[in-house]
Design a protein around this ligand. Structure first.
Ligand SMILES: *Cc1c(COP(=O)(O)O)cnc(C)c1O
Length: 423
């Protein structure tokens, strides 16, 4: 078993004699068979192999194998975006008339998906706060609850999920814990080691790392006992769309991820292109180096900001004295990603002036790539909200999300310094 750094570089693809050394791009929708019976076996899920690129492709499969190895899972499926991964991870085991529990401080795009679009499908989300007692959490569950969902490091709230505690609560109610590990990545935290059952990612962030390619991923830890839980007939009973296949019987520990692929990916088709998987793999090869550098730079920036008169507050999970510092020490000992948030004295106007004065840090909607960038949620992603609504969602008019890149930390700090002098 290799260390994580070696897995980033080497896992997923090992060429045989005189084959290409680097992962080839199999730009083909289609595959060839020696006879009709061989193809029939694939369609019956009785043989391994590729049948159509909507469902699987050799380039995509190599990157899936690498990410599964990084997280320590039994299998993974890439999707065309992080949104598609979040949707499929839930919909795979939660149907009309059922509900699930989600932490309330997750990514805004995921909130929309859960609160608006899943609701239209008859699926109810129940939001939990991390300051709730176990009894308050227990009260959210009923016999139709199918899973618990949270983010390792929430975007942009930067709270840290107590994965062990949430896994304990979920398992007490015989449901799995799904963790969106986008900001941490497997290099900084591996949720399966703390009891999570399924991990999701937006690979568009640090895993690609260069703001080049959208993507998502679902990884199955293979740990959850669907049969014992006794309430997941979609996994433990026959699938009529494969004339009666029972996923837990035929695929054992990989039942969940196999169903996600052969049923949901077949039907929804939010498949990554082979070229996208190839670009993602290039990013993954340096992920271990970048996550360290992002985190070191972010901690230096957070410390600098916390000493500035014109800054009201700074939030970075590993910053000394913060509310989530103890959880960050436990779950993110090697770094807490490159994202820092802070409030500027003087509210919305001062925040906008600071942003406009920055030179190295550029204004973009994205986070988590190699280049330092900055966003003022109140005037962009949260623009439609009033100041009162912003305050209620924890994103005040003074709130700035600062995504620290892998440049030299002194240059990033110098940029902030000159901008602060101008306001
Ligand atoms: C960006 C993001 C998503 C959505 O991913 P896309 O690739 O943009 O679709 C989901 N979860 C988190 C935590 C994110 O930051």
């Amino acid at each position: 078993m290799h260390q994580i750094e070696t897995k980033c570089v080497q896992s997923g693809y090992s060429p045989e004699n005189s084959q290409p050394r680097t992962l080839p791009i199999y730009q083909s929708t289609t595959y060839k068979y020696d006879d009709a019976a061989a193809l029939g076996k694939l369609f019956d899920l009785e043989a391994d192999g590729h049948m159509y690129t909507r469902i699987s492709n050799p380039t995509v499969a190599a990157v899936e194998a690498k990410i599964s190895d990084l997280e320590g899972g039994v299998g993974a499926m890439l999707t065309s975006s992080g949104q598609a991964a979040s949707f499929m991870a839930i919909f795979n085991i939660c149907s009309q008339g059922q509900n699930f529990i989600s932490m309330n401080n997750i990514y805004g795009g995921t909130i929309n998906l859960f609160s608006v679009t899943l609701k239209r499908m008859g699926i109810e989300v129940r939001y939990a706060r991390d300051d709730m007692s176990d009894e308050e959490m227990d009260a959210l569950f009923d016999e139709n609850t199918r899973l618990v969902f949270g983010e390792t490091i929430a975007n942009p709230a930067l709270t840290v999920l107590d994965i062990e505690r949430m896994a304990g609560i979920a398992h007490k109610h015989a449901v799995p814990l799904i963790v969106d590990n986008t900001f941490a990545t497997a290099c900084l935290c591996r949720p399966f080691e703390f009891g999570a059952d399924i991990v999701t990612h937006s690979t568009s962030k640090y895993m690609d790392g260069h703001a080049n390619v959208l993507g998502g991923c679902i990884i199955d830890g293979g740990t959850f006992d669907w049969e014992k839980a006794g309430k997941y007939p979609e996994l433990t009973g026959p699938d009529e769309s494969y004339h009666g296949v029972v996923y837990t019987k035929q695929f054992g520990k990989a039942a969940y991820i196999t169903k996600a692929r052969v049923q949901l990916m077949r039907d929804f088709g939010c498949t990554p292109q082979p070229m996208a998987a190839y670009l993602l793999n290039l990013g993954l090869e340096t992920l271990h180096l970048r996550t360290r550098r992002h985190s070191e730079n972010a901690l230096a920036v957070a410390r600098f900001l916390s000493e500035q008169e014109k800054i009201l507050w700074v939030n970075y999970p590993l910053l000394e004295g913060g509310k989530y510092h103890d959880l960050a020490k436990k779950y993110l000992p090697d770094g807490a990603s490159g994202v820092v948030s802070f409030g500027v004295r003087g509210g919305r106007e001062a925040a906008m002036r600071l942003m406009n004065a920055l030179k190295l840090a550029q204004i973009v909607v994205h986070v988590a790539d190699a280049r330092t960038c900055v966003l003022h949620p109140a005037s962009t992603t949260h623009r439609q909200l009033t100041d009162a609504q912003l305050e209620a969602s924890g994103i005040g008019p003074e709130f700035i999300r600062f995504s620290v890149g892998i440049e030299n930390a002194d240059d990033i700090i110098a940029d902030l310094k000159q901008a602060l002098e101008q306001i």
